[in-house]
Design a protein around this ligand. Sequence first.
Ligand code: CTP
Length: 395
Amino acid sequence: MLAGRTVVLGVTGGIAAYKAVEVCRRLVDAGAHVAPVMTEGAERFVGRVTFDALASQPVQGSLFDGRDPIPHTRLGQEADVVLVCPATARLIGSYAAGISDDLLTATLLATRAPVLLCPAMHTEMWEHAAVQANIETLRRRGVQMVPPGVGPLAGGDLGAGRLAEPATIVAAVERILSPGDLAGLRILVSAGGTREPIDPVRVITNRSSGKQGYALATAAAERGAKVTLVTTVDRAEPPGVEIVRVGSAAEMQEAIVPGAAGYDVIIMAAAVADFRVSAPAEHKIRKSGGNLPALDLEPTHDFLVDLGRDKPEGQVLVGFAAETDDVIESARAKLARKGLDLIVANDVSAAGTGFEHDTNSVTILHAGGAEVQVPLSSKRAVADAVLDAVLRARS
Ligand code: CTP
């Protein structure tokens, strides 16, 4: 995957700069063309000559070294990926703010290649609100990260902020450069509980946090798919994913059904309300007067049934079933009734699973009868298992 690909390796001034030497060597061994760029700070920690000897071309460190009048744009254009290892708080701050005051920050602004940052710093700095806000800004822009680990830090301290291991960093570069097993697929994911108005200030909703839907969108995008996420909740946007915000079941239907035929895969992870108030009040319902309002409910339209009925040839349609009893039987009945290819059965009464948790345990049921059990795992791991099942359903 790395052979013949150009990696611009930015090294900034932190003690972990010495580990970038190992990263450089591993990248070169795997066949990559490594173009090292060192900041002034980096050169205080590691000698230029070390990278000169190991990398595929001499170190560049300045916008004005005379040899190349516009080194940042050339590096930016030649890069298949720009890797910054380690990335200090200063580099992260400058990049988030769009400041280009040295060759590396200028290259970061001048490139359209994917960027991978490997932050490393002391725990207090890593946890500082400013650093975390900058990380979040960059993530939202699609910058990828190899997060720091917990371990011994410079000066004998122990904590979060230690640079990830070189093997992990090289594997992340490989993943970015590999086309991904979902490349070429257009995938729509829905997430969150719908919000059905009672009056202009009140809604009926449910406990769905949207975490599983967001994990699905993130995983699908990282695996190369072109992803649209139709969501009722406002979580950190997964990089590279198109976001469509909706509130009610009717709005979600409107956002999904007209264009549904254009997707290869639709994953309905959203908890769509089954009932809504038949005539929401136009003005806020007051408690003065002592009368308790009675809410007249009517069923919402189950548009997953429409999607199943009108499913184009080759599309994979996935439903979710959050259940508290007869989990598998109920889910299998829904799979058949709604014309789905897969349903993800979720026992939301079990410990650590379902709504609001970061973990989940599910059973993935295929229309053909196969069942895949995913024991209690992170929502990301569950997402990957669902996407694996999608690939299986397509084959
Ligand atoms: N769903 C939908 N539109 C609705 C209700 C549900 O698209 N109005 C989708 C959900 O996104 C989910 C699947 O249908 O993927 C199953 O939802 P669920 O509420 O569990 O199924 P119901 O058929 O409503 O069954 P129940 O009687 O258990 O509520």
